[in-house]
Design a protein around this ligand. Structure first.
Ligand code: ADE
Length: 243
């Protein structure tokens, strides 16, 4: 089975690739090679019985949709796992906590002038649901590791939110638990192509006045938390395909 692993920023996928204070997760992979395609670098590797295509897209909905579509269409990935960080909307979520998207929406998609609800365009849908089987695998991993994994609604938009009012509006309008800038666009691509996907985010900030500072401070640590969890899921996925 061929699996896409993607993040938006180099820091979000770095734990798989480079040796910082932690060993790179990719040390578990063999036959690692890099390919350039459509302005981006794709790392091709093998992890046990799985073929892996790993990349970061750059920030935002357009770049992430391009990378996701490339991974599925050009590289033939049959499943996509997204790893990265998010701003907390749910006040219970603290820095480093993990959120698995049960469904995702675009908070900045707005044709309300034509009487449509926020996040909706004709022939689209407000929420895209993540794959249930992958959510189930994530829950098993969390239970085994004693990790408190929250399933929640992730709202995506081409804005870094550092404003309590905008955050409250997103919370009210979409019942969102966390906000970021790529999940829903990746979800749209995977949903359209009928490829199962999973979006995991570790909290880096509270999308408030301190968000930019906290983001810089916790990006690396929260990226490591998210990547390690994805690695544990990969182990479980490998065990289920090679059985
Ligand atoms: N990703 C991490 N924190 C974020 C925030 N506050 N707004 C948008 N995307 C984010």
């Amino acid at each position: 089975m061929k699996i896409a692993i993607m993040g938006a920023m180099v820091e979000e996928v770095d734990p798989f690739l480079s040796a910082g204070e932690h060993e790179p997760l990719l040390r578990y992979f063999s036959k690692h090679e890099d390919l350039e395609y459509a302005g981006n670098t794709y790392h091709l590797a093998r992890y046990k019985d799985l073929e892996i295509v790993l990349a970061y897209s750059k920030i935002g909905k357009v770049y992430s949709a391009l990378t996701a579509a490339t991974m599925l269409e050009h590289f033939g990935c049959e499943m996509l796992l997204f790893t990265g960080v998010a701003g907390a909307v749910d006040p219970e979520l603290k820095i480093g906590d993990l959120v698995a998207a049960t469904k995702l929406c675009q908070h900045d998609l707005d044709i309300t002038a034509f009487g449509h609800p926020h996040g909706y365009v004709p022939e689209g849908k407000i929420y895209i649901e993540a794959d249930r089987e992958l959510l189930h695998i994530a829950k098993e991993v969390a239970d085994e590791k004693g990790i408190d994994l929250k399933g929640g609604i992730i709202a995506t938009g081409d804005q870094f939110i550092a404003d309590p009012e905008r955050k409250e509006w997103i919370a009210r309008t979409f019942d969102a638990d966390a906000i970021e800038m790529e999940g829903a666009s990746v979800a749209v691509v995977c949903d359209a192509m009928k490829v199962p996907f999973f979006v995991l985010r570790a909290i880096s900030d509270a999308a408030d006045m301190d968000a930019a500072f906290d983001f810089d401070e916790f990006l690396k640590h929260s990226s490591q938390v998210s990547s390690s969890f994805i690695m544990a899921m990969l182990e479980k996925i490998n065990n289920s395909v090679s059985r």
